[in-house]
Design a protein around this ligand. Structure first.
Ligand code: NAP
Length: 386
C-alpha cells in the first residue's frame, strides 16, 4: 500500500540543507509533494527547483530579487515577496511539514507561525531555538505540532531518547568534529584566513555554519538548542571532540549505560528522518562500514582556546535576552570575518564585548527578542567599525 504524500514546504531550499532535502525528496518518489520553496536572493536556482519539483508557491525574501523572480517566473507560479513571504509559505493550509533551513533568525516568524497552525517543523536553523527557545517550545506544546531536529547531533539524541521513560538521562553528550583547527594546537587563531576557516574536514555546509564550526560557537549554539529541545539542564550537556563525525551524539542514563547513534557523515540521514519520522525508509543512503574505518577517536575540547563554548553556556545561564545577544553578535561578527573586516579570534571577542554591554531582560516576549536582536547587531557592527 503506498503512503499518502506529505505536503512539504522548504525554507532555504537553495542552501546546503535545502539542496540535500530536495535530494531526499527525489530519492523517495511518491512520499512528498513539495508545495513551497523559499530563498533569500538566488532566484535562478529557486525557479529551477520550482520547475523540477512542480512547485506552486515560492517566496523570495530580498525585495529586489523578488522583483526579478516576478519577471522570470513562468505563469502559474505564485511569488511571495519580502520577509513575510516565509510565514505565508509556512502556513499554507495544505502544508503538513515545514523544513526550516534558512540562516539565522530570519526563520523565527515562520517557525512560530507554522507551529501555531499545528504544522510539524523539521528544524535545521538552530539560531531560532537559541534566541527564542522558550517561545518556540511553548507554541509546540500548545498546538501539539512537533519539532523534528535536523541538526545531526540533535537527531542523534532524539533517536536515542525515543521510547525511553522520562527522567532517566544523566547527561547528553554532543559530539563535535572540532572543525579545521581544534586538533592542531599550534595554529595561531588570530591569523586564520577566511579560506582556511571555510575548509571543513568533514562536512560540506553553508558558509556561516562552517565558520561557526571552526570557532566552535556552533557547538555552543547546539548546547542551547539541546537544552530547549530535550528539556535537559545546561550542566548536564557536555561536548566531546570526535574528528571522524561518525558518532553523532550520545546519551548517558543514570545506570551508566550509554546509547549512541552512528552513520556516515551526510546530512541526508538526519533530514530524511525528520521528514519521514517515525518511519525509516530505504532511500539508498551510503552504509557505514565500521570494519573499514577501524578506529574512532574522542577527546575533550580545549575550552580556553575556543571560548565560544563558555560564552554560549554563560549566555544560556544568564537567560532572558542574553542568548539573543550571543546569536546576533555572532551572526554579525561571522559576516564581518567573511567580509575580511574582522580577524577570526575577533569573532568571539566581539560576541563577548556585546554580551558584557547587555543586561538580560527576563522572560522576553517576541518584540523584546527582536529588539534585543536589533540592538546587538548594531552594537556588534559599531564595535567592529571601531
Ligand atoms: N549545512 C549543514 O550541514 C547544516 C547542518 C546542521 C545545521 N545547519 C543549520 O541549517 C541552517 C542552514 O544552513 P545551510 O548550511 O544550509 O546554509 P546555506 O547553505 O547558507 O543556505 C541558507 C539558505 O537560506 C536562505 N536564506 C538566507 N537568508 C534568508 C532570509 N533572510 N530569508 C529567506 N531565506 C534566506 C538562502 O537563500 P539564498 O541562496 O538566496 O541566499 C539559502 O537558501 C543554519 O541555521 C545552520 O546552522 C546546517
Amino acid at each position: 500500500m503506498s503512503a499518502t504524500p506529505k505536503n512539504l514546504v522548504i525554507l532555504g531550499s537553495t542552501g546546503s540543507i535545502g539542496e540535500s532535502a530536495l535530494r531526499v525528496v527525489a530519492s523517495l518518489p511518491g512520499r512528498f509533494r513539495v508545495i513551497g520553496l523559499a530563498a533569500e536572493k538566488n532566484v535562478e536556482r529557486l525557479l529551477e527547483q520550482a520547475r523540477v519539483f512542480a512547485v506552486e508557491h515560492v517566496a523570495v525574501a530580498d525585495p529586489q530579487a523578488a522583483q526579478r523572480a516576478q519577471r522570470l517566473a513562468p505563469s502559474g507560479l505564485k511569488i511571495l515577496a519580502g520577509p513575510t513571504g516565509l510565514e505565508q509559505l509556512a502556513t499554507l493550509p495544505e502544508a503538513d511539514i515545514v523544513l526550516v533551513a534558512v540562516v539565522g533568525l530570519a526563520g523565527l516568524g515562520a517557525v512560530l507561525a507554522a507551529l501555531r497552525q499545528g504544522k510539524d517543523v523539521a528544524l535545521a536553523t538552530k539560531e531560532v531555538l537559541v534566541a527564542a527557545g522558550s517561545k518556540v517550545m511553548q507554541e509546540s506544546r500548545l498546538s501539539g505540532a512537533r519539532i523534528l531536529p535536523v541538526d545531526s547531533e540533535h537527531s542523534a539524541i532524539f533517536q536515542c531518547l525515543a521510547g525511553q521513560q522520562e527522567g532517566q538521562v544523566r547527561r547528553l553528550i554532543l559530539t563535535a568534529s572540532g572543525g579545521p583547527f581544534a586538533h592542531n594546537p599550534r595554529i595561531n587563531l588570530d591569523k586564520v584566513t577566511v579560506a582556511e576557516a571555510l575548509k571543513h574536514p568533514r562536512w560540506n555546509m553553508g558558509r556561516k555554519v562552517t565558520v561557526d564550526s571552526a570557532t566552535m560557537m556552533n557547538k555552543g549554539l547546539e548546547i542551547i538548542e539541546a537544552h530547549w529541545l530535550f528539556g535537559v539542564p545546561l550542566d548536564r550537556i557536555e561536548v566531546l571532540l570526535h574528528p571522524e563525525s561518525i558518532v553523532h551524539s550520545l546519551i548517558e542514563f543514570y545506570d551508566g549505560n550509554i546509547l549512541a547513534q552512528l552513520s556516515v557523515s551526510d546530512m541526508r540521514f538526519a533530514i530524511q528522518l525528520a521528514l519521514t519520522w517515525p518511519e525509516r525508509l530505504d532511500s539508498g543512503l551510503p552504509q557505514l562500514d565500521l570494519a573499514r574505518l577501524g578506529a574512532l577517536h574522542f577527546a575533550a575540547p580545549d575550552e580556553t582556546r575556543f571560548p565560544g563554548l563558555a560564552l554560549a553556556r554563560a549566555a544560556a545561564r544568564a537567560g532572558g535576552t542574553m542568548p539573543v545577544i550571543l546569536n546576533a553578535a555572532n551572526e554579525v561578527a561571522v559576516q564581518e570575518f567573511l567580509n575580511g573586516a574582522l580577524s577570526f579570534s575577533g569573532i568571539w571577542r566581539t560576541v563577548e564585548q556585546v554580551m558584557l554591554r547587555h543586561t538580560a531582560l527576563a522572560d522576553p516576549d517576541l518584540p523584546d527578542i527582536l529588539a534585543a536582536d536589533r540592538w546587538a547587531r548594531a552594537e556588534a557592527a559599531s564595535l567592529i567599525k571601531e
